[in-house]
Design a protein around this ligand. Structure first.
Ligand code: GLA
Length: 388
């Protein structure tokens, strides 16, 4: 971080920050729209993230300021159970509210946030803010929550306070991430394994389409509802709690129950994508990056045609990648409808890739994409001198 958050805190609040915490964002390597269907996902934390500085205050108010936005929100302790329009501050407010609902005593605090995750890019800036807040409160008030409890609280904020019916992947990924490892998470049991990501002669490129994710939340909730419809129809003949309990063969056997082609397409994506994560984990373990890349392209194709959460911007990026010699796999990552794609790019071609992709993308879409070469970073930490 090249911003001195403590200095900014002191000049904004006229008091010293007690502590600064960091929480990363995430990319999902494969397993998209799978978490709320009870299957396997494979996210990892990135080095972009959210920093938050906090200090207690004497008037028992809650002040939320971010260096990324203009306004400061000031709330009395007894109004923390109400949403503040669509403001970013709803994420920390929602977390404090959940802690209070859970019987914890939380007294007035000043918060100063700073994030370098591009907002609305699908790299989980919201989960990062939620977990950063939870982690800071847990440490400051010595509340004794473990990581999984904080992940579940943050998910409740997203579902009940914000109103997005998202799964658990993002909060889990940013809380449990480890340097140079991916998390293979079973979203039904919440059992997980950390897998080494050895990219050998490749780097992980993140390409932000810069497309604003308008209506993304309502379309996301629509996909969740479509999966529930599929589940309900299938439960006419078999008993299932999640679509990911099905194999592709079993789905085919019962597919006559789903007359609507769109709903069947959604279910087909889910079941096959879940299989791909199993294959991708094997490929990664055996160092077969070409196979991993092939699965990434197959995942994108399915999200494009069966699940319909891509869009011309993400497709333009992935189409470019599949024709570019030095990329072995690419796909959209996260919810879709804009946001980011990821690509496995051969080392040494970073500049060439950026130049050619930019020309191609501007020509097709009319404005540039942003390209980052990303490292797989660690989960939340208290910022000390060794991080500065
Ligand atoms: C968003 C949600 C996650 C997950 C992904 C799609 O990031 O927050 O829970 O469903 O979309 O895989």
């Amino acid at each position: 971080m090249n911003i001195n958050l403590e200095e900014k805190f002191a000049s904004h609040y006229h008091q010293k920050a007690h502590a600064v915490y960091f929480t990363p964002g995430r990319v999902n390597l494969i397993g998209e729209h799978i978490d709320y269907n009870g299957g396997l996902v494979m996210p990892c934390a990135i080095t972009l993230g959210t920093w938050v500085a906090i200090a207690p205050n004497s008037d028992n108010k809650f002040r939320f300021k971010s260096l990324n936005f203009d306004a400061t929100t000031v709330l009395e302790a007894n109004t923390l159970n109400q949403k503040d329009g669509n403001a970013w501050s709803n994420y920390p407010i929602g977390v404090i509210n959940e802690f209070i609902q859970d019987g914890k005593e939380i007294t007035g605090l000043d918060f100063l946030f700073f994030g370098n995750i591009p907002i609305g890019s699908g790299l989980s800036s919201s989960a990062s803010i939620e977990i950063a807040t939870a982690f800071a409160l847990n440490d400051h008030f010595k509340l004794g929550y473990d990581k999984l409890e904080m992940v579940k609280i943050a998910k409740r904020v997203e579902n009940d306070f914000i109103g997005l019916n998202s799964g658990i992947m993002d909060q889990f990924a940013v809380a449990f991430g480890e340097k140079n490892k991916a998390i293979v998470l079973d979203c039904e049991t919440l059992k997980y394994k950390m897998v080494d990501v050895e990219l050998k002669n490749y780097v992980l490129a993140i390409i932000n389409t810069n497309k604003p994710r308008e209506l993304a939340d309502s379309k996301y909730n629509e996909r969740v509802a479509e999966c529930q419809t599929a589940l309900k129809l299938l439960n006419g003949e078999i008993t299932l709690q999640y679509l990911c309990e099905l194999t592709a063969e079993k789905l085919a056997l019962h597919s006559h129950l789903i007359e609507d082609e769109t709903i069947l397409n959604r279910a087909t994506h889910v079941v096959k994508e879940n299989d791909r994560v199993h294959l991708a984990a094997k490929a990664l373990n055996s160092g077969n990056l070409e196979e991993f890349g092939r699965l990434m392209y197959a995942s994108h194709q399915s999200l494009r045609t069966l699940y319909e959460v891509s869009g011309k911007e993400l497709d333009a990026v992935v189409d470019f990648c599949s024709d570019y010699e030095h990329v072995i796999g690419a796909r959209m990552t996260g919810a879709g409808f804009g946001g980011c794609a990821i690509a496995l790019l051969e080392k040494g071609f970073e500049e060439d890739f950026a130049t050619h992709l930019t020309t191609y993308y501007v020509d097709k879409i009319g404005y540039p994409a942003a390209i980052y070469i990303s490292e797989i970073g660690s989960g939340p930490y208290l910022v000390t001198d060794e991080h500065r």
